[in-house]
Design a protein around this ligand. Structure first.
Ligand SMILES: *Cc1c(COP(=O)(O)O)cnc(C)c1O
Length: 365
C-alpha cells in the first residue's frame, strides 16, 4: 500500500506554500551581509517597543496556559470597535480565521468565490476542505470585479472572500461599489472581508465594513496584528462577525490557539497608536517615492492602499534583483510573470531597490 493512496486526494494535491526567501539564506548564498527583503509585507519599522516590553514581562508566566478567551484583548477591542465581545474570534494569525471559516462552512461539493489574483491562502483553505474554488478575474485595472463576483454566486456557494485592499495588487474598492455589492448578496452565503491592510488605506471613501457586520448576518471582517502593528512573528489576528457566526468559529478553534505572548503584544500594540501612525506615514512616503521613481524608470505601477505595490518590472527582474541582494515577490505563480510585488521598506531600502533597478536597466540598454 502506498501512503499516498490513503491520503485525502484534495490534501495530497495541495501545492505547498512558497514563502519569500529569508534574508539570512540569501546572504549565505551570495556571501554578502546586506541583503534586504521587500517581499512579505512585514513592517519595515519593526514592532512597537511597548509590545516588545510586554512580551518580555510576560515571559515568566509561559508555564501557564494562555487565557483561552483572550479576555483582556477582547474587552479592549470590543470597546475600540464598538461591538460586543462575543462578536470577536481570535486566531493564530488571520490565516487561522480563514481556515476556521473553511472548516465550519465547506465540504466536498461546496463552492467558495473570490477574486484572482488574490491572497494565496483562499484556494489553500478551500481545497483543504475538499471544496471548490471559483476564481473571478480582477478587472482591467486589477481591481475586484464585484459584479462578476456576485454573478458567480450560486446554490453551491457557501463562502465569498473579498480582499480589500487586495493582496498582491494593493488595489482597493470604495464604499459605493462595496455597499452596493453587500446590499445585493443572497442571505445564505457568508462573506469574509479580509482587511489585513485596511489601516494603510488612504482613499477617503474606504468602506465601513463593520457597518455590514452589524447589518448583515453571515458577515465577517478579518484583521491582523501582522501588518501595521509589526507583529507577524507573534501570529495573532481576529475576525469580527455577528454573534452566531462568531460562535461557530469559537466551537471549531483550539482552546489555546492564541499564545500568552501574542495576546500581550497585541494589547500593547493597540495602545501604541503613535507607532502605528508612524508605520502608516513611513508607508505613505515610501509609496510616493517608489511610484515616482519606478514610473521614471518606465516601470508601470498600480495605485495601492496597502503596504506593498504591484509593479510590471519584466519577467527576469525578480531573479536579477535576488543576485543583487534584493528580495521582492515574484507573481509568476499568479499568472503574472512580468509583475512583482514590492513591500514598502524604509527609505534607505526603497532607495536601494531603485538604485538596483536602475543598474539592471543600464546593463540591458
Ligand atoms: C497577511 C495577510 C493575512 C493575515 O496574515 P496573518 O499573519 O496570518 O495574520 C490575511 N489576509 C491577507 C490578504 C494578508 O495579506
Amino acid at each position: 500500500m502506498a501512503l499516498a493512496d490513503i491520503i485525502k486526494p484534495h490534501i495530497r494535491d495541495l501545492e505547498p506554500y512558497q514563502p519569500g526567501k529569508p534574508v539570512e539564506e540569501l546572504e549565505r548564498e551570495l556571501g554578502i551581509g546586506d541583503a534586504i527583503k521587500l517581499a512579505s509585507n512585514e513592517s519595515p519599522i519593526g514592532p512597537s517597543p511597548k509590545a516588545v516590553a510586554a512580551i518580555r514581562a510576560e515571559l515568566e508566566g509561559i508555564h501557564r496556559y494562555p487565557d483561552g478567551s483572550s479576555f483582556a484583548l477582547r474587552e479592549r477591542l470590543s470597546a475600540l470597535l464598538d461591538i460586543d465581545g462575543d462578536q470577536l474570534v481570535f486566531g493564530c494569525g488571520g490565516d487561522e480565521i480563514l481556515e476556521l471559516l473553511a472548516k465550519v462552512l465547506l465540504g466536498p461539493g461546496d463552492e467558495a468565490v473570490f477574486a484572482w489574483p488574490s491572497f494565496a491562502m483562499y484556494p489553500t483553505v478551500v481545497q483543504g476542505m475538499g471544496a471548490v474554488s471559483v476564481k473571478v478575474p480582477l478587472d482591467d485595472d486589477r481591481v475586484h470585479d464585484l459584479p462578476a463576483i456576485a454573478a458567480a454566486i450560486n446554490d453551491r456557494t457557501r463562502l465569498v472572500f473579498v480582499c480589500n485592499p487586495n493582496n498582491p495588487t494593493g488595489t482597493s474598492v470604495g464604499a459605493a461599489e462595496f455597499d452596493a455589492f453587500m446590499g445585493a448578496l443572497p442571505e445564505n452565503v457568508v462573506v469574509a472581508i479580509d482587511e489585513a491592510y485596511c489601516e494603510f488605506a488612504r482613499r477617503p471613501d474606504f468602506p465601513d465594513s463593520l457597518r455590514w457586520v452589524r447589518q448583515r448576518p453571515g458577515t465577517l471582517v478579518l484583521r491582523t496584528f501582522s501588518k501595521i502593528y509589526g507583529l507577524a512573528g507573534m501570529r495573532i489576528g481576529y475576525g469580527v462577525a455577528d454573534t452566531e457566526l462568531a460562535g461557530y468559529l469559537q466551537r471549531a478553534r483550539h482552546p489555546f490557539n492564541v499564545n500568552r505572548l501574542a495576546e500581550v503584544a497585541a494589547l500593547a500594540g493597540l495602545d501604541d497608536t503613535e507607532h502605528a501612525e508612524r508605520a502608516k506615514r513611513v508607508n505613505a512616503e515610501g509609496i510616493e517615492y517608489l511610484t515616482r521613481e519606478l514610473t521614471a524608470l518606465g516601470i508601470e505601477v498600480w495605485p495601492t492602499d496597502a503596504n506593498f505595490m504591484l509593479a510590471r518590472a519584466g519577467s527576469d527582474t525578480c531573479q536579477e534583483l535576488l543576485k543583487e541582494g534584493v528580495i521582492v515577490r515574484p507573481l509568476a505563480g499568479f499568472g503574472m510573470p512580468e509583475h512583482i510585488r514590492i513591500s514598502i521598506g524604509l527609505p534607505e531600502e526603497n532607495e536601494r531597490l531603485v538604485k538596483t533597478l536602475k543598474k539592471l536597466g543600464e546593463a540591458k540598454s
